[in-house]
Design a protein around this ligand. Structure first.
Ligand code: C5P
Length: 227
């Protein structure tokens, strides 16, 4: 089965104060570290990187000079992550049957984790990587707690998220038509009745959102590098 990885990397990093996906970690942009597992993993047939329009040509040039072993397409994203993923899906090779979406800002994804999610896909319309919550989750409004959610059934969604291409396309098109914004792609499939499964991820597969996250990520990067 042919698989295209779509890597949304077109955020403006408002909460971070800049495009963290292009900030250097070690001597390479963060995006490059994220791409490594997808470049190495044989079962990924092509990679689509979605960046801001103004960055397309430069990123294309840089990636081509560093990565030669796999076809990488670079396309322009949109104002939301959902539009960026949709733009990436649009250029996926027509023979691709599965789309593996992964945040550019989760640089420690491993080949084993991608493979685990892809393998579980045979039993579902999509599969996401997630982690059981170790924190107790509260529902709040204003300055008040409304409810404590039962921790045993709370999982935190990560990426990779792998979907049948046709299901993902339908979910994105319907969400667009109905003006619905999901915070991940799985939620868009769930809402129209597709069965999405999950496999257990790792806390190392963290998402870099804030400057504090960058400090954690550099610590992880340095310790993995020295292994
Ligand atoms: O906004 P969020 O934290 O969900 O971003 C996750 C990923 O989506 C990041 O890699 C970011 O660059 C990407 N993104 C995008 N296009 C946007 C907004 C976010 O590709 N308009």
């Amino acid at each position: 089965m042919k698989i295209t990885a779509v890597i949304p990397a077109a955020g403006s990093g408002e909460r971070f104060g800049g495009k963290k996906q292009l900030k250097r970690m070690g001597n390479r942009p963060l995006l490059f570290h994220t791409l490594q597992a997808f470049v190495r993993l044989v079962l990924i047939n092509e990679i689509v990187v979605v960046v801001q329009k103004e960055d397309v040509r430069q990123i294309e040039r840089e990636l081509k000079s560093i990565i030669s072993s796999k076809q990488i397409k670079v396309v322009a994203g949109g104002t939301t992550r959902q539009i960026s993923v949709h733009n990436g899906l649009t250029v996926a090779h027509e023979s691709s049957e599965l789309i593996c979406v992964h945040d550019a800002v989760r640089p420690f994804v491993t080949e084993a984790l991608i493979e685990k999610a892809v393998n579980a896909c045979s039993e579902h319309d999509g599969v996401i990587v997630a982690q059981p919550s170790t924190d107790t989750i509260k529902k709040v409004m204003d300055d008040q707690i409304l409810e404590t959610l039962p921790r045993e059934i709370i999982w935190r969604a990560q990426t990779p998220q792998v979907f049948s291409k046709s299901a993902l396309r339908e979910a994105l098109e319907l969400a667009e038509a109905e003006n619905i914004q999901g915070t991940d792609e799985a939620s868009l499939l769930e809402r129209i009745g597709y069965q999405v499964g999950y496999v257990e991820g790792s806390s190392l597969n963290m998402k870099i959102t804030t400057e504090e996250d960058w400090i954690f990520a550099e610590t992880i990067y340095n310790s993995l590098k020295n292994d």
